[in-house]
Design a protein around this ligand. Structure first.
Ligand SMILES: [Zn+2]
Ligand SMILES: [Zn+2]
Ligand SMILES: [Zn+2]
Length: 275
């Protein structure tokens, strides 16, 4: 048995937002527990991660998933909540006693890799830090030991090519639907060939006004319904929502009341799903 862990379940601003005094943020701080959400990322077993947020260290202290065992990280795009390159560079041998240091394979677009080459000093350290960059090609399969991954393009930030991932791991198909406003037809067509065991959607905006770069719950449910109509989502697919912000307004209990009738389980930090 292996586990898919929701390491964090908030959007870039965190939920609650540290600079915000709105009623929602105050309420989440007061109620605590599942209402305290770090920035989003996923761990799959010990070897695999999707994205690496600035809060991975804090969650490591709590869930104790050792990061030295991570061998592959798939990056959806370069936004701050998904790539904390400076913290990954702390693998540099001068700061790290792991011996021998194993390679860490990083998959993403050029904007992601630029985050690691912040300055000359960092650029020089990449080899010794044993980072292997691999520029992904949309819809082309990546084989990472016992996992297969297909990046599919989504509309989120026009300055870079942003991806969702389909992961095949231990015979299960997992769709990771991080940051997006919209899925292009090409990606729908590609997804239609996969019957999903697990589907993870972003619900950054909740039931507030639609935005330019993220989804409301209405848009998220529309996406789920279309995937169901095309056969990717069946009655057996386990569906989750994540990447919440204070626009969502709901506590975790209210989120359950809102989303469970739609067949979607709201994730919380530390939620583990068997795969
Ligand atoms: Zn994000
Ligand atoms: Zn707020
Ligand atoms: Zn983003």
């Amino acid at each position: 048995m292996s586990k898919l862990t929701f390491v964090g379940t908030a959007s870039a601003i965190g939920f609650p937002h540290m600079f915000c005094d709105c009623e929602t943020c105050k309420k989440m701080l007061e109620t605590g527990g599942k209402n305290l959400r770090a920035r989003s990322s996923l761990a799959l077993g010990e070897k695999y991660r999707v994205d690496f947020s600035p809060d991975c260290y804090m969650r490591f202290l709590e869930n104790k998933i050792p990061l030295y065992k991570t061998e592959h990280i798939f990056f959806t795009h370069s936004h701050l909540d998904h790539v904390d390159a400076d913290q990954i560079m702390l693998r540099y041998p001068k700061y790290n006693k792991t011996s021998p240091l194993q390679p860490l394979h990083l998959y993403g677009n050029n904007s992601v890799f630029e985050r690691f080459r912040g300055n000359e000093k960092q650029e020089e350290r990449i080899e010794e830090t044993r980072l292997n960059f691999r520029r992904v090609v949309p819809y082309e399969k990546i084989v990472a030991d016992e996992l297969e991954c297909w990046p599919i393009v989504v509309e989120h930030d026009s300055r870079e090519e942003c991806y969702n991932f389909i992961l095949r791991y231990r015979g299960q198909n997992i769709y990771v639907g991080y940051d997006q406003k919209k899925m292009p037809e090409r990606s729908f067509e590609f997804l239609a060939d996969f019957e999903l065991d697990i589907a993870i959607f972003e619900g950054s905006l909740g039931d507030s006004q639609p935005g330019e770069t993220h989804m409301t719950f209405g848009e998220m449910i529309e996406l789920k319904d279309r995937l169901a109509a095309e056969g990717s989502i069946t009655a057996d697919t386990r569906c989750f929502a994540t990447h919440f912000s204070h626009h969502v307004k709901y506590t975790h209990t209210e989120l359950e009341e809102r989303l469970e009738p739609e067949g979607i389980t709201p994730a919380y930090d530390g939620l583990e799903v068997e795969v």
